[in-house]
Structures are given as C-alpha cells and as structure tokens.
Write a protein that binds this ligand. Structure first.
Ligand SMILES: Cc1cc2nc3c(=O)[nH]c(=O)nc-3n(C[C@H](O)[C@H](O)[C@H](O)COP(=O)(O)O)c2cc1C
Length: 434
C-alpha cells in the first residue's frame, strides 16, 4: 500500500534561517567525540554517549514512541519483515578489504550530485506520513539536512508543503511524486509546477508501488486506512509525553501538499481517502517521459531493481536512478538493492547517476554502497528512529553519525576520498547477475 497511512500539519512553525554547512574536519585519533558534531551541535558528545550508533536510536525509538507510531516506521511487508532483514543481511555480507600504511588523516567525504556539492554521499529518502512517527518530522528533517548540507527529499504524502520546506531547506530540497493520474495528471502536473516554483533541485518519480500490499504490523495497530484514535492509541500517546508535546506544538498530521486539492477543511480521514482515490498504480514509461518534458530540473526514477528498467529510465531522459526496494515495505520477495546495484551501475555507466537506499544503518553501509557504484546512499527508517529516540534533535544526530562513520570507514579501508573506495577489493558473493 502507499505510505499514506496518515497525517501532519506542520504549517505555522517559523522557518529557520538556513545555516551554512559546517566543514569541520574530524580529529585524527584519540577522543573524536569530545566536540561538537558536524551540525555544530554542542550536545553531540552527550547524544553520542547514549546513542553511539543508529541501532541504539532504533531501540530508543521503540522505548519512547507510542507503539502505533513505532510500528508504522519500523515494519515491513511479508513474513516477519523478511524483506527488511534481507536488506540488512545483504549489506552486512559485503566485505571491503583494507589497505594500510596509506592514511595520513581521516578523508573528507563531500560529493557532487547533479552539479551540486553536498557534505557527504548520504541523503534522506522520501517518506509519507513521517509526522505520525514524530509530529513536525518533515520540518525537523529538512532543517537538519539544510544545516548539514545533504539532500532532503520531501514526499508527496509528506506532512509539510513544498513551499514551506523550500523556505527551510532551499539548498538541499528534492521532491518525490507518486502517480496521481486522474484528469490527465492534473494534481501530479500541478505539483511539478509548484516544486519548480519552490526551487526543488530534483524530482523523484516512485515506480515501485504498482499495487497495494500489506504491512501486518501497521494493520494490527489500526493504521493503514482511516485513523481512529481509540482508547489503546490514546493510552499509548499519554505514555509518550514528549511525542504528545510535539503533537501539541505541531498540530495533527495531514498530507499538507494535497490540501490544495482535497479542500482546506478536509479532515485527516478525508485526506487519507482522497490520497487513496487520487493516487494509484505506478508511472508507466510513457508517463515518465511526459514528466520529463514538464520538469526542467534533475529527474530521478525511484525503485529501479533491474538493469533493463535502468536502461528504460535512461532512454526516457532520467538523469538519475534510485536503486531501491522501498525499504522492504512492498513485498518480501525482492532482492536487496545492494545486490542488484553493480549490474545496474554496469548497465548505465556514466549516462545516469545511480543512488541507492534500503537497509542503510551506518556509514559503513554508505561506503559499501559507494564502493559498489552508488554516488550516494539514502536512508529512511534510520531518520525516523532518530526522531523517535531524540525528537527534534534526532535527524541531526543521525546525519552526524552517518558522516563520521562514513569518514571512519573510508579511512579504515585506506581511501583518501570516496572515489578511492571503488578500488578496494570487495567480496560480494550475493551480487545478482542478469
Ligand atoms: C514510514 C515510511 C514511509 C515511506 N513513504 C514513502 C513515500 O511516500 N514515497 C516513497 O517513494 N518512498 C517511501 N518510503 C520508502 C523510502 O523512501 C525508502 O525507499 C526506504 O525507507 C529506504 O529503506 P530504509 O528505510 O531501510 O532506509 C517510505 C519509507 C518509510 C519507512
């Protein structure tokens, strides 16, 4: 099913002034954490002590969030989240053989994507309804991305408008669309116009949700359709005071980008019904070509898993390909993106920029993906776990961890810069051959 479970209005919060990227170099050895993180966060050392890795954030999120919110962000499709587990196992199975005696310092990890510089080969994947996980999520994600200068992808079913996020994150804003094809794509094309006017740097078209599927953990907590705050959910909210405070501050989640079409007074459940009615199926290649004609900026097709589809995307004019299995949220039979990545990179060569997500939980995973040909690795759930564990501070801490770990992993394998990770010896037994 689409990630349209429910819901946040984030309007009304003052936009934060864009902060420049902090180009701080890590200390070389010893006590790397007794200092501010890359976002200039003076609380970094304290946060690091409690949450030294993203897995710790996941555990924190499980403890701190209302149960329904954790289940929404953490669950996948199929039997016992088998697809999510496969994504993790596939990344864990990629081994990088280090070379020593070559590292005078920890390497920088800035990269260029589609002609723009970013602080690291990492980014935030588009997410629907992130404000269910943490009210105000879209604003906090955008703010942290702008501060750190990494791409932030607002989803069509995100919970803040494209115009609002453009104020907060003008340098790093990307925008994602699902197919909204009624009336000859009236809503889809209008959103393209709005994204263009707001200054989004890239448009992502998600192709990997052709049908609705079941995420059992959502169903059993009463999500996945109309939202009913029954006694169980209310008790979970009361037991999560920080989450409830965030709800009071940011208001009830809604799909803010669709408000202009669903009606200003549409209730949460009107919005959910509207989204389900208006959006459906995945873009066909002919439709991708029509969006290509309208969208003047960088066009990225998300959900590519087969070299032949990668070829198709290039042939209709995509600038970028996002190798992804939707983080294991569609069906559990799909291979892990890391395992199809090398074949797709071989197929398109330099004709398109290849990005990847699904399963990224550390900077070491980022380097694995980079070494196998992705120009950047994005994450979804990791950022939601950060929000769950740390609220507003979470996204910045996830970015800090990912950047530090990326630099550490590059340094460990003997790469002076990300590109050099491509020449290390890699064991990747699970790689698919087509
Ligand atoms: C709560 C949630 C909502 C999502 N909503 C969307 C969405 O609206 N559009 C989309 O293209 N992908 C969506 N995704 C998929 C992510 O963009 C991304 O592909 C996936 O989360 C990457 O895997 P990871 O969570 O293991 O990092 C969503 C993922 C999550 C966890």
């Amino acid at each position: 099913m689409h990630d349209t479970t429910a819901v946040a209005t984030t309007e009304g919060t003052a936009p934060e002034k864009a902060a420049p990227a902090v180009r701080e170099q890590l200390p070389q050895t010893g006590e790397p954490r007794a200092r501010a993180g890359r976002n200039g966060n003076p609380r970094y050392a304290e946060l690091y002590r409690h949450y030294p890795t993203i897995d710790y954030l996941r555990r924190g999120a499980r403890r701190r969030l209302p149960h329904f919110a954790f289940e929404y962000c953490d669950g996948g499709s199929g039997k016992e989240d088998a697809g999510i587990k496969r994504n993790w196992a596939a990344l864990d199975a990629v081994e990088l053989v280090p070379r020593y005696g070559v590292m005078p310092s920890l390497p920088p990890c800035e990269v260029e994507l589609f002609g723009r510089r970013y602080a690291a080969p990492i980014g935030i994947s588009p997410m629907g309804g992130p404000a269910v996980v943490w009210p105000g999520a879209d604003l906090y994600l955008a703010r942290a991305a702008q501060r750190a200068r990494i791409p932030y992808t607002l989803g069509i079913v995100g919970c803040a408008t494209i115009e609002k996020i453009a104020e907060i994150a003008p340098d790093v804003l990307w925008f994602q669309l699902y197919r909204a094809a009624r009336n000859d794509h009236a809503i889809g094309f209008d959103l393209v116009r709005r994204a263009q006017a707001a200054g989004a740097h890239a448009l992502l078209l998600t192709l990997d949700v052709p049908v609705r599927t079941t995420r059992a953990r959502e169903v059993v907590v009463g999500l996945g359709g109309a939202f009913h705050p029954d006694l169980k959910k209310l008790m979970q909210m009361v037991a999560s005071p920080a989450w409830t405070m965030a709800l009071r501050k940011n208001g009830i989640p809604r799909f803010s980008n669709l408000r202009a079409y669903a009606g200003e007074n549409a209730s949460i459940n009107d919005m959910v019904a509207f989204a389900r009615r208006e959006m459906g199926g995945a873009f066909t290649w002919e439709e991708v070509a029509r969006y290509r004609e309208r969208w003047k900026g960088t066009l990225i097709v998300k959900g590519i898993m087969h070299p032949a589809d990668a070829e198709k995307a290039v042939s209709v004019g995509a600038d970028g390909l996002f190798v992804s299995n939707h983080g294991g949220r569609q069906i559990d039979a799909l291979p892990a993106p890391i395992d199809v990545l090398p074949a797709i990179v071989r197929q398109v060569g330099k004709r398109a920029t290849v990005l990847m997500d699904s399963g990224i939980r550390s900077g070491t995973d980022v380097v694995r993906a980079y070494a196998l040909g992705a120009e950047a690795a994005f994450a979804g759930k990791a950022f939601l776990w950060g929000l769950g564990a740390l609220g507003e501070e979470g996204p910045g801490h996830v970015i800090d961890l990912l950047i530090e770990e990326t630099q550490a992993a590059l340094g460990q394998v003997g790469a002076h810069k990300p590109e050099e990770a491509r020449s290390v010896v890699i064991r990747h037994d699970r790689a698919l051959r087509f």
